[in-house]
Design a protein around this ligand. Structure first.
Ligand SMILES: [Zn+2]
Length: 274
């Protein structure tokens, strides 16, 4: 369609710009402050009512939650207040029935086709790090080699001794998930493997999240390059209070990371970390 538009030779009437004042946006602006846009990354078509009733339960937000479909599996979601909106956005990533539900802040000035659903924040657990390097700085250093680091889960003193270093990083969904990084410490090469929380759908052939078994465009890769071992068990958050600036007021309880019913949470694992 866009290609067709580009080819058009506009006549004078068509090419004469109609200046649109800010007032035209009207109450959209206010509603937009309580809204997000989201896309369920699935080849299956999901109706807005199904999505709405499911996510209302998962997010545990005030009712009514509004879903307006603006494209295939793509919705404007309006919450009853801004606090709910930020709580949900903050709690990313979310899943709808094991499919990734990518959420963005509402931007009413942009055409829906320009929304970037190719990136999503995911919790990554970095393993095999020497204890003295399990800290915020290390998290940022390794994480930034993948994408924007939103958060490194450390204690108040910046340390995170434990089984892994957790961090929330923006990942490019068009690329295979990063399986780890090689670091050099005191001249010694160390492989730092990654595991991803809420990683239910992963193509074991090409390592991408965005399609299932049938949607793979890549020729048969070498066996065993991607697998269930990339899935992490959820860990409780270390930081009692999140360091990042809170935009919409309090976050209420701990992050909503584990409140979705589709994620198999291992109780022993959670107790162990508590
Ligand atoms: Zn694939």
């Amino acid at each position: 369609m866009e290609e067709v538009w580009k080819r058009l030779k506009l006549n004078d009437e068509e090419d004469c710009p109609i200046e649109i004042g800010k007032g035209v946006r009207g109450s959209m602006e206010l509603k937009g402050e309580r809204s997000l846009v989201g896309k369920i990354i699935s080849e299956r078509r999901i109706g807005k009512e199904v999505a709405r009733s499911m996510m209302e339960k998962v997010w545990k937000v005030g009712k009514p939650l509004e879903f307006q479909e603006i494209g295939g599996n793509c919705y404007v979601i309006t919450f009853v207040n801004r606090r709910d909106k930020w709580k949900v956005l903050d709690g990313c990533p979310w899943l709808f029935d094991s499919y990734l539900f990518v959420l963005l802040d509402f931007n009413g000035g942009l055409q829906p086709r320009l929304f970037d659903f190719d990136h999503a924040y995911l919790w990554i657990q970095m393993l095999n790090l020497p204890l003295s390097y399990m800290n915020k700085q290390m998290g940022e250093l390794i994480g930034s080699s993948i994408g924007k680091v939103s958060e490194v889960d450390v204690q108040k003193d910046g340390l995170a001794w434990g089984k892994c270093l957790r961090e929330k990083v923006e990942c490019d969904l068009r690329r295979p998930v990063a399986r780890g990084r090689t670091i050099v410490v005191d001249g010694r090469k160390i492989w730092v493997p990654f595991q991803y929380e809420k990683l239910h759908r992963l193509c074991f052939n090409c390592g991408r999240i965005v399609h299932g078994k049938d949607g793979c465009m890549e020729s048969e890769g070498s066996i065993g390059q991607y697998g269930v071992w990339l899935r992490a068990l959820p860990q409780n958050r270390r930081a009692a209070v999140k360091v990042k600036e809170q935009k919409g007021g309090g976050r209420g309880e701990e992050s909503g990371d584990y409140s979705d019913p589709f994620h198999e949470v291992d109780d022993d694992e959670r107790k162990g970390e508590a």
